[in-house]
Design a protein around this ligand. Structure first.
Ligand SMILES: Cc1cc2nc3c(=O)[nH]c(=O)nc-3n(C[C@H](O)[C@H](O)[C@H](O)COP(=O)(O)OP(=O)(O)OC[C@H]3O[C@@H](n4cnc5c(N)ncnc54)[C@H](O)[C@@H]3O)c2cc1C
Length: 396
């Protein structure tokens, strides 16, 4: 079976940044992407909040990210990940091109727009149904369009659409918006915008292209038909984590409300060795700049995990018998003690572990305080003592 150090799933801003940091740390990196490298930004016309680049199209920025990652030679592979399994201590990435065993995995599969789910939506997607105003607004010059939703994206994108369309209807299932006050005021004061409150779209109709929407008022039950040539669906987004369902359903992989993945500040998920970065995690702001930051953190944490777990496991847990000293590299006396042990021919077989940096291993072996000396037999701690000098190792 193919074995790799770091497997990154998804080559959007998070995955590509993780690849850059992973390779620069010297890891062997395999980057799996089912579509176009660059991720969601490929679908936008304009990005002007990525520092250092005042203005670029999404595709230009995506190309820059990909070229930058390529400079460090991660292996790019076009493959769709269908699942992740943990078997006999192994992490397996199941793809449509085969199985890869990884020492650490970074999930960076991003998010997608929620679908409205009514008849006609799938049929007319790309033929009048859109999820991206910036991408498609220009196709509706001087035409009437509708926006579905009541959050910030819906309200802001409706205002954006007025630059092109002759009329924009916002269809919202409630009688007030969830969007912030300034966005709402801007929309309601725009003469091209009309709001259709308390209403849902029951069907999107047309022949070749969208021609009208069948609406239902949820309070009165009244049904009407609204003639429009385009409909923009902005009812939220969701993480791309379908392939993780068995892990989530079993309770191993923890999620927050809305299904977003829970991570800590090191981008560690609830499963050891499995990291997540970018739009799919539970966070406040889903943008290129935050996805890239998450990707960098995840790669560095994965690097630390691989060095710590894999390297130390081989040194501490696999041998028949081993003596180890856990010390702290931020305590001068303990650094001196480690140097003393290292220099002594009597103790040159002792494995020295920086317990401050390798906290996971210290935790695993239940090291409560530093410095500590441990006698380990086939991964089991037989004896542990506190030491202050190399001489005290004789007590082990
Ligand atoms: C229309 C639009 C306009 C936007 N405008 C801006 C903007 O102006 N400024 C800004 O900062 N942000 C903007 N964003 C948001 C920004 O694009 C996202 O926050 C960012 O792309 C998230 O990066 P990511 O790497 O987490 O995920 P994504 O960009 O979603 O990348 C995830 C990648 O994973 C791949 N993938 C998914 N599932 C699998 C699988 N099973 N196997 C293999 N590969 C998989 C996908 O194909 C995709 O390439 C915009 C988004 C959209 C849609």
């Amino acid at each position: 079976m193919e074995k790799r150090e770091l497997v990154i799933i998804g080559a959007g801003p998070a995955g590509l940044t993780a690849a850059i940091y992973g390779r620069r740390s010297g890891l062997d990196v395999l980057l799996l992407e089912k579509g176009l490298p660059g991720g969601q930004i490929n679908t936008t016309d304009e990005i002007e909040n990525w520092p250092g680049v005042k203005h670029a199209s999404g595709q230009e920025l995506a190309d820059m990210f990909r070229e930058h990652a390529e400079k460090f030679n991660p292996e790019f592979r076009e493959a769709e990940v269908e699942g992740i399994e943990f078997k006999d201590g192994k992490k397996l990435v199941l793809t449509d091109k085969g199985i890869v065993e990884a020492q650490a995995i970074i999930l960076a599969t991003g998010a997608s727009f929620k679908k409205q789910g009514c008849p006609g939506e799938a049929e007319f997607t790309g033929r009048g149904v859109s999820y991206c105003a910036v991408c498609d607004a220009a196709f509706f010059e001087e035409q009437e369009v509708a926006v579905i939703g009541g959050g910030n994206t819906a309200v802001e994108e409706a205002v954006y659409l007025t630059q092109f369309a002759s009329k924009v209807y916002i269809i919202h299932r409630r009688d007030s918006f969830r969007a912030d006050r300034i966005a709402v005021e801007r929309a309601l004061s725009n003469p091209k915008i009309s709001v259709i409150w308390d209403s849902v779209v029951e069907e999107i109709r047309g022949t070749d292209m969208v021609e009208s929407l069948a609406l239902k008022n949820v309070k009165t039950g009244e049904k009407t038909v609204l003639p429009v040539s385009g409909v923009f669906v902005f009812i939220g987004n969701e993480p791309n984590i379908g392939f993780l369902k068995p892990l989530i359903d079993s309770g191993l992989l923890k999620t927050a409300r809305g299904g977003w993945l829970r991570v800590n500040e090191r981008m560690e998920t609830s499963i050891e060795g499995l990291f997540a970065a970018g739009d799919l995690i539970d966070k406040y702001l889903r943008q290129v700049v935050t996805a890239a930051g998450d990707g960098a953190t995840a790669a560095m944490a994965a690097y630390a995990y691989i060095s710590e777990q894999v390297h130390l496991e081989g040194k501490l847990l696999d041998p028949e018998e081993v003596t180890a000293v856990f010390f702290s590299s931020v305590d001068e006396a303990q650094v001196r003690l480690a140097a003393e042990i290292e220099a002594s021919p009597e103790w040159n077989r002792v494995v020295l572990v920086d317990g401050y940096k390798n906290s996971r291993m210290a935790e695993k072996l239940q090291v409560q305080s530093l410095p500590s000396a441990l006698k380990i037999q086939k991964g089991e701690v037989l004896k542990r003592i506190q030491i202050r000098s190399a001489e005290e190792l004789k007590g082990l």
